[in-house]
Ligand binder design. Structure first.
Ligand code: PBG
Length: 330
């Protein structure tokens, strides 16, 4: 039998900062974060993204400095996303396989400027297709799994060749993790890791991201034919099990805060590093709430990020990574 009131007073453990610090079950550290960075074409430019207040697209010549800044703040890894110039977006998404495309140039620029930081690249065709879907489509607009997967394999190889440390398939095609792993091994890229967007939901929280990469206005229909139904949790465990079996080194649950139950369930079931993506709409929600006076911005940032740790996240992709790292270190 455990003690009961008044012998037990839970508030004793909350009575001063020192004891709260001593009893904290979870803590944030800058190494928990992966910072997403958006790349745009051109030279010498920073393009603020209206839908993501405080976040910009950077040209390749400026991206190295961003990565350095992240490294200096203790952030171990950046995730790069390109805003491909309009004329290079096609039905066949050929630009995704161009070894000199925006993302490959950005990977090299980051590695040149800051070899110490990890670089993660997104494997999916949405920044390259004319229609904004993550894959190749048939005449009815349905995304074709196997043809898309074959392209993703090539895309992952091109990114790995450019220097990406982690390739992260975010497209939700079936079988692509295994196909990418096999191809990386055959190409001698045995150190290139795969972080699978294993449980990625068809979410309304991706809107600002789609503006940031320029795919939003183009998108015909929605992504429910390949991304998961927000109604499902057991299905997420099957998705994660499959990606692990296919060779994923790490898995991800996305979006973040509305899916903490899924994150916790994955973490309890599997012994695999599990990341959460606090997505663009969640970032925007916090920024707009703070701007409207609905809460203290710093406190909102730290509380939401700590919630991911409590739910079991190994790390968090967040647009607040730099702010959070600075807040933690002080
Ligand atoms: C594209 C991709 C998306 C995000 C990451 N990779 C958008 C989508 O699936 O439509 C969303 C990230 C965010 O909202 O911050 N495959």
């Amino acid at each position: 039998m455990t003690a009961a009131f008044p012998a037990l007073r839970m508030r004793r453990g909350r009575s001063a900062p020192w004891i709260r610090a001593m009893l904290a079950e979870h803590r944030l550290h800058p190494s928990d974060f992966i910072l997403p960075l958006f790349i745009c074409d051109g030279d010498g430019c920073e393009e603020p993204i209206a839908a993501l207040p405080g976040v910009s697209r950077w040209t390749v010549d400026k991206i190295g400095a961003r990565a350095k800044q992240a490294h200096e703040a203790g952030i171990p890894c950046v995730a790069l996303f390109p805003n491909t110039p309009g004329p290079l977006r096609t039905v066949g998404a050929e630009e995704a396989l161009n070894p000199d495309n925006l993302i490959c140039r950005a990977v090299k620029a980051v590695k040149d400027a800051c070899p110490e930081i990890g670089v993660l690249t997104d494997v999916a065709l949405d920044p390259y297709t004319e229609h904004g879907h993550d894959g190749l489509i048939d005449e009815r607009g349905c995304v074709l799994n196997d043809l898309t997967s074959a392209m993703l394999v090539q895309q992952a190889l091109v990114q790995a060749e450019a220097g990406a440390d982690i390739v992260a398939p975010s497209d939700m095609m079936d079988g692509r993790v295994g196909a990418i792993r096999t191809a990386l091994e055959q190409a001698g890229k045995c150190d290139t890791a795969i972080m699978a967007y294993a449980a990625k939901y068809a979410s309304a929280f991706y809107g600002p991201f789609r503006d940031a990469v320029g795919s939003g206005g183009r998108l015909k229909g929605d992504k429910r034919g390949y991304q998961m139904d927000p109604a499902n949790a057991a299905e997420a465990l099957r998705e994660v099990a499959l990606d692990i079996a296919e060779g994923a080194d790490m898995v991800m649950v996305k979006p973040g805060m509305p899916y903490l139950d899924v994150l916790a369930a994955v973490r309890q079931r599997f012994e695999v590093p599990t990341f959460a993506y606090q997505v663009s709409g969640e970032y925007a929600m916090i920024e707009h709430a703070a701007a409207a006076g609905a809460g203290d911005r710093d406190a909102l940032i730290l509380e939401t990020l700590l919630a991911f740790k409590r739910a079991g996240a190994s790390g968090i992709l967040t647009y607040h990574a730099l702010d959070a790292a600075r807040l933690i270190v002080g």
